[in-house]
Ligand binder design. Structure first.
Ligand code: MRU
Length: 351
């Protein structure tokens, strides 16, 4: 399995996703500030992976602290959590993971510092391990939706690289392949950061899952002229009504899928569902630097003074989503009720 991120005695080690597929280089973050910078600059990206990195960042920050009074420690933990939460705004898993680390800290703050450090290390590693298990469960629920001999289109990278391992959307594809189905993946290149071309194609080829790369603007033509049985993507935040924020371009793919009668599936852990956000309109959309649009691998491709926009995510309205696949099962429209039912489900029966 691809090692996206790992907790080690030396620090938090992550594969530098900006350099893939040309170079497989691991970066070792020894401070929480370095972890925050790695999230901000997309060394690590993908909603669940960002959450795991932030949790490890909190644990690392606390591990590097020396003795302090209770109040000082509270303030330091707050500062670490605040810095990590300011890295990227859209993926709710970041805030979910930091909140979980805050809760873990509150539960042990009366203990001695080495015990607090150990409790937070365990919590972060717990989040990491759970994420892999959750993705495997998403995979086993979701694979039933994919027919044998299917061509499946995906956008961005919702694979092992975007999670602690196995992936969400690519996890469903992996589970279908493991169940003996023959699946051919169409990977959108995903301008401007090229997560599809650089990461999804690389990851699937490593697993010997057949993949064909297309540019984003080819999706409509291919849906019209070829057979595409399903679209499956991940999510950065799902509002309580089922509106889905995901990588820019997802909305266009969802509309195209509807126009061509192709089911459009979203695979995501329950931690991606933000019940505090009623609809997609309230989801903050990260606007990244114009240079990502104006340049290609550091080379300018547009006239010198032209302006550009670079929203990193868009929101697909719930009515275009055929199903949301979670570790607890599959939700269908209307999502306000079906997502709530999954959240309230007895976890024992959900597994
Ligand atoms: O900007 P990124 O690369 O962090 O965006 C990633 C995506 O949009 C993914 O599709 C999403 O996080 C789901 S990952 C399982």
């Amino acid at each position: 399995m691809i090692r996206t991120i790992e907790w080690t005695d030396q620090g938090v080690v992550m594969i530098d996703q900006r350099l893939l597929p040309a170079q497989e280089i691991y970066q070792n973050c020894q401070t929480y500030e370095q972890v925050a910078e790695a999230i901000r600059t997309m060394v690590i990206r993908g909603a669940p992976a960002i959450g795991v990195a932030a949790a490890m960042g909190v644990a690392l920050g606390v591990r590097n602290l020396s003795a302090a009074s209770g109040q000082e420690l509270d303030a330091r933990v707050d500062a670490i959590c605040d810095a990590l939460s300011k890295t990227r705004p859209t993926a709710v898993n970041l805030f979910w993971a930091i909140e979980r680390m805050r809760r873990a800290y509150r539960a042990c703050r009366h203990l001695r510092l080495p015990e607090i450090q150990e409790a937070l290390r365990k919590e972060a590693i717990g989040i990491y391990r759970e994420d892999i298990e959750i993705n495997q469960r998403i995979g086993s629920h979701g694979q039933a939706l994919l027919p044998d001999q299917a061509t499946v289109l995906t956008h961005c990278n919702a694979g092992a690289l975007a999670t602690a391992g196995f992936g969400t959307a690519l996890g469903v594809i992996r589970a279908a392949v493991n169940a003996g189905k023959s699946i051919h993946v169409l990977a959108d290149e995903t301008r401007p950061f090229l997560q599809g071309a650089r990461l999804t194609a690389w990851e699937l080829m490593k697993d010997r899952i057949p993949v064909t790369l297309i540019t984003d603007n080819m999706a409509g033509h291919i849906m019209k002229t070829d057979r595409v049985q399903a679209v499956i993507v991940g999510a950065d935040r799902i509002a309580a009504n089922g509106d889905v924020a995901n990588k820019i371009g997802t909305y266009s793919v969802a509309i195209l899928a509807r126009a061509h009668g192709i089911p459009f599936y979203v695979a995501a852990p329950m931690s991606t569902i933000d019940f505090g956000t009623p609809s997609g309109e309230a989801i903050p959309i990260e606007e990244r630097n114009m240079s990502e649009v104006l340049e290609l691998q550091g080379r300018r491709i547009a006239p010198d003074s032209v302006e550009a926009r670079n929203p990193a995510f868009d929101v697909t309205p719930a009515e275009y989503v055929s199903a949301i696949i979670t570790e607890r099962g599959i939700a269908r429209f209307p999502y306000s009720a079906s997502l709530r039912a999954l959240a309230e489900m007895n976890v024992e029966t959900a597994q």
